[in-house]
Design a protein around this ligand. Structure first.
Ligand code: B1H
Length: 830
């Protein structure tokens, strides 16, 4: 059926679509029961919560597919410039609640279920998380996909369908253990396997010269081939019919593979070997900082890149003949350097398959790529050993060398023979092991390089990419990160959502976050204060129940819930938090009864995973546990101080923890957190922040004012001088005292923690825990003081939420669309 051939026909079809899947309670119940009977294959007279969840999910999925088809048809008809968002990580979490809310059928489904004797919330809890990413970068991709859908942008996300997501963290005896997350075990109703959308991906082999029509071409004869199969995950927008897709690739053995082995009779071995192909997309690398440089990791990257590029070019060629139009129809966004092989791959296709010639191909490539970097540290930049790249992707190495040759020749003309600078800027790093610097490749070939906060961008321009900034200042920009209020308020904090809508008199803020500022008018309204406190209490109860169910620990609702949840890293300074807790404990122990009465009770909550090979991070987790063991069992302390470790922190746990927090901590040493996004989620939920002036917090201060945040620590420009002081750096006595307590075995495991203590004393304290300690303790005291003044605290909390509008990913995405990608909304208007 073709659209646009006459209005009458199209309207009939749309009419049919509308009656096709009805959303009244009876139709929904029938759909759910149909899925129980025929999809889940259980009797409709007997099924449990999990089976009900599966059937529910399939009913929602049907509605997603319907809208996605409509959106696809609309996009094909309009043929707008599309954004292709390439990321090796997407942390989607659960899909059910977000989908029904975005589809606008949450209440209808809840009604239908209650008539069947089920509760929506209970079924929603049955869903497992999709953890196809490590942390901030991956969750950012997920938030941005949701904003792209909501804002009607014609976009497609590409990623890998890992069979094992991020490991599950299990704590045994206070130590972290990792368990594989075989998340597809129970099926995944949110994906649609596209078994007909497959592409062959080539590896290894050799490159030869061939002549065609008197022109010389390179021909890559691969040594191995693997099939990429598409799995589509629909992403519905809120308040729109538009539903876009996240296409994830899975590796399957190729039939073109090794026919000879079958013929030579080695049948069983050949089949077993074939099966190995699947390992390419089997596992997510669990280190969110360092590129491991393993062959499998590079294979993953190219596998994903090659399949995505083939898909993009196929879609382009379906509607266009002339590649000169490519930049008008295609914007390619590289989420960090991990997908930057895409540049070489597009060059290869345009040269060797489309035969455009170098100049035309290069001209196109320079117009389509934009690149966002998420890091501040030179150590995190991906480098690929030349030998590895040359063996796995021989033709790509040639192309990268050619790009580099042209670049360096031009550079010499511009800057002369400054060999140090030429060497720094070259894509090829010389040395004992020759490396390809993926960031240099990405900067050279992208029209725009974005940072993720203003401060980050300044650091890129003056430090990490200084040479490139001086050469091409126009390429460098930033788009401060954001998070989606649909997931982080509407889904995860329904009571706050209802309260905000009531006081603003509209739900429009869910699509237009700037309206949140309207809450400022009521910041001192006592009625709002009462309701605001009530909402926080409801969320604290929910969190307290979770804590009790998980650890058996009962926590007091009157205590300040102080939360520090994120990946465990030295630069994020969970250790500073723990030292602060020991100090607090020590102070309470030394207080008389009278003074104790003035202590603000705290529940200190820490959660986060350590990369499996990151020894220091694992020690920090263990330290928290031994300190908790001591303090929680000290009857003398009671409710004044309780410590809770939340194991296996992931998106769905965050949805529970964030709304229940009074205070949240963001302690990175200034200059180390490129942006930070969890702070944005806490802020939106009216949680107060205790933070350093780093990454996006600097911009938060501008939005909410210094009075509404507890700041501490050295500023970015002070850090180098403090570090330089080394052993001469003055640290407070209290700091030395708490470190000594650990050293001397006050909490046990003396030998185990020795290296940890050595790392923060005697001039080795790279992350400046000692230097920032006094100011940290002061900020904590300021937070205590504010907390006991309920009115002041509530006002601050309201002002935090009211001022959080800038940190919506809708704003981020709109900036990218207008300033970097050059794409327009394409709304499916029926
Ligand atoms: C961020 C990463 C990251 N920065 C390597 N870099 C990875 C690096 O698997 N890998 O190899 C994975 C992730 N992630 C974070 O990105 C920053 O630290 C945060 O400050 C920032 O908010 C977030 C989103 O921009």
């Amino acid at each position: 059926l073709e659209f646009g051939e006459g209005k009458g026909k199209a309207e009939r079809i749309f009419g049919l679509m509308d009656v096709f899947l009805k959303n009244d309670p009876i139709s929904l119940q029938k759909d759910i029961l149909d899925h129980v009977e025929f999809t889940v294959a259980k009797s409709r007279f007997s099924f449990d919560d999990f089976e009900a969840y599966q059937a529910l999910a399939h009913s929602v999925r049907d509605r997603l597919i319907e809208r996605w088809h409509d959106t696809q048809i609309h996009f094909s008809k309009k043929d707008p410039k599309r954004l292709y968002f390439l990321s090796l990580e997407f942390l989607m979490g659960r899909s059910l609640s977000n989908s029904v809310i975005n589809l606008g059928v949450r209440d209808q489904f809840a009604d239908a279920l209650s008539q069947l004797g089920f509760e929506f919330e209970v079924l929603a809890e049955q869903e497992g998380d999709a953890c196809l990413g490590n942390g901030g970068l991956a969750r950012l991709s997920a938030c941005q996909m949701e904003s792209l859908a909501t804002l009607d942008y014609p976009a497609i996300g590409y990623g890998l369908r890992y069979q094992y997501g991020l490991f599950r963290q299990v704590i045994l005896d206070g130590f972290q253990h990792e368990q594989p997350d075989y998340w597809l075990n129970f099926g995944n109703p949110w994906e649609i396997a596209r078994i007909h959308i497959t592409y062959t991906v080539k590896f290894y082999g050799t490159v030869t010269d061939e002549v065609l029509n008197k022109e010389k071409y390179k021909v890559w004869v691969p040594g191995e081939m693997v099939e990429a199969v598409a799995y589509d995950n629909p992403i519905p927008g809120y308040g729109t019919r538009n539903t876009i897709v996240l296409r994830l690739w899975a590796a399957k053995p190729s039939d073109q593979h090794n026919m000879e082995a079958y013929n030579t009779g080695d049948y069983v071995d050949a089949v077993v070997n074939r099966q190995r192909a699947e390992s390419i997309s089997s596992i997510l690398y669990p280190d969110d900082r360092s590129y491991q440089g393993k062959e499998l990791q590079l294979k993953q990257q190219y596998f994903f890149v090659s399949a995505s590029v083939q898909d993009i070019i196929r879609r382009f060629k379906d509607a266009h003949k002339n590649f000169d139009e490519f930049p008008e129809k295609v914007a390619l966004q590289l989420n960090d350097t991990h997908p930057s092989l895409t540049i070489a791959e597009v060059m290869r296709v345009l040269l060797d398959e489309e035969h455009l010639g170098w100049n035309r191909a290069w001209d196109i490539v320079c117009k389509i790529f934009s690149f966002t970097t998420h890091t501040v540290s030179p150590d995190s930049l991906v480098k690929i050993p030349v030998d590895l790249l040359g063996s796995l992707l021989p033709r790509h190495l040639q192309i990268i060398y050619d790009i580099n040759f042209n670049f360096v020749e031009n550079l010499k003309k511009m800057i002369g023979l400054d060999y140090d600078r030429l060497a720094r800027m070259s894509i090829v790093e010389e040395g004992a092991v020759k490396n390809i610097r993926m960031a240099n490749l990405a900067i050279i070939c992208s029209h725009t390089v974005n940072g993720v906060s203003r401060l980050h961008s300044e650091l890129l321009k003056t430090k990490l990419f200084k040479d490139f900034y001086e050469l091409w200042p126009h390429k460098f920009h930033y788009k401060t990160n954001g998070v989606t209020q649909r997931r982080w308020i509407v889904v995860s904090n329904p009571s706050l959502c209802a309260l905000i809508s009531k006081w603003l008199g509209t739900e429009a803020w869910i699509r237009d976050i700037d309206l949140l500022i309207g809450l400022r008018d009521y910041a001192t309204n006592s009625e709002l204060h009462q309701e605001w406190k009530m909402v926080k209490k409801v969320n604290k109860i929910r969190l307290a129940e979770y804590i009790e169910a998980m650890s058996g620990l009962k926590v007091s609702l009157d205590a300040m819930f102080d939360v520090h949840t994120k990946r465990v890293h030295e630069y994020k300074r969970q250790l500073l938090n723990i030292l602060g807790i020991i100090h607090r404990y020590d102070c309470i122990k030394n207080m008389n009864k009278n003074d104790r009465r003035k202590v603000v009770p705290r529940v200190c909550i820490i959660g986060g995973k350590a990369a499996p090979g990151y020894e220091m991070a694992k020690k920090i987790i263990k330290l928290f546990h031994v300190v908790a063991e001591k303090i929680n069992n000290d009857n003398d302390i009671g409710d004044l101080l309780k410590l809770v470790f939340i194991p296996d922190y992931n998106v769905s746990v965050a949805e529970l923890v964030i709304p229940g927090a009074d205070l949240s901590q963001h302690l990175s040493t200034a200059g180390h957190e490129a942006s930070g996004t969890s702070s944005m989620k806490f802020l939106m939920n009216g949680c107060l922040l205790l933070a350093t002036e780093d990454g996006s917090t600097i911009e938060m201060i501008e939005e909410i004012g210094r009075d509404n945040i507890f700041l501490f620590g050295a500023a970015v420009h002070e850090v180098p001088a403090l570090r330089k002081k080394g052993p001469a750096l003055k640290v407070p006595l209290q700091f030395l005292r708490v470190v000594r307590m650990i050293r001397e075995g006050h909490f046990g495991f003396k030998d185990y923690f020795k290296s940890l203590c050595d790392k923060i004393e005697g001039g080795n304290d790279y992350f400046l825990l000692g230097a920032d300690f006094a100011s940290y303790i002061e900020a904590q005291a300021a937070a205590d003081k504010a907390f006991v003044d309920e009115e002041r605290w509530t006002k601050m909390s309201i002002l935090c939420a009211a001022g959080s509008g800038k940190f919506s990913s809708d704003r981020t995405i709109q900036e990218y669309a207008e300033k970097t990608w050059g794409i327009q909304p394409c709304r499916c208007a029926f």
